[in-house]
Design a protein around this ligand. Structure first.
Ligand SMILES: Cc1cc2nc3c(=O)[nH]c(=O)nc-3n(C[C@H](O)[C@H](O)[C@H](O)COP(=O)(O)O)c2cc1C
Length: 166
């Protein structure tokens, strides 16, 4: 592993950006929005990539991989998250030896627009029709009313990994 010189992130409604900011402060390295064309790390730099989860895909990961040497990935989603799901996501994302951390973000319905809003509308409909919210009873309430699970504590495994490998 090479020591990351920066954090690069993609965030649609702000949760991932907040985690990126917290991680940057804790690790004392800068954070950059992947889509910022003016300020960005030099191509090929070792970085930690943070992207939000959209339909079980880590947004921006493919683009980030083309530009940087990714040392670790954080996926930010609304679900509770568990080890099995994270392992599945790592395999589907073809991360190989690159560690993947799952961070619970939140949901801001008022900020979700266009196709994403449509997708979430049909997801909400599906949940409300299936008995007990399709096995995820709290999910219906979260997508209807929004939620914020961002906390410094959730970054502990990432910081431990960083410390151990520095
Ligand atoms: C269209 C859409 C699809 C989503 N798919 C997932 C998903 O598959 N798994 C999950 O845990 N969260 C999913 N979410 C929730 C987002 O990952 C969550 O709101 C995240 O915190 C957004 O991060 P951001 O604020 O940085 O954009 C989805 C949200 C939207 C709008």
């Amino acid at each position: 592993m090479k020591r990351p010189v920066a954090i690069v992130y993609t965030s649609q409604t702000g949760f991932t950006a907040r985690y990126a900011g917290m991680l940057a402060r804790a690790a004392m390295i800068p954070a950059y929005d992947l889509n910022d064309r003016k300020e960005r790390p030099a191509p090929g730099s070792p970085v930690i990539y943070l992207g939000w989860l959209r339909a079980e895909h880590i947004k921006g990961l493919a683009q980030a991989r083309r530009h940087y040497d990714i040392q670790a990935v954080c996926a930010v989603g609304l679900s509770r998250g568990d080890q099995q799901r994270t392992e599945k996501l790592a395999a589907a994302s073809r991360l190989g030896d690159v560690p993947l951390f799952y961070l619970r973000g939140g949901y801001a319905p008022e900020k979700v627009k266009g196709l994403d809003a449509l997708m979430m509308k049909s997801f909400t409909k599906l949940l409300s029709k299936s008995p007990e919210g399709g096995g995820q009873p709290e999910m219906l309430e979260l997508v209807r009313n929004g939620a914020d699970f961002v906390s410094e504590d959730r970054l502990t495994p990432v910081l431990s990994w960083l410390e151990f490998h520095s």
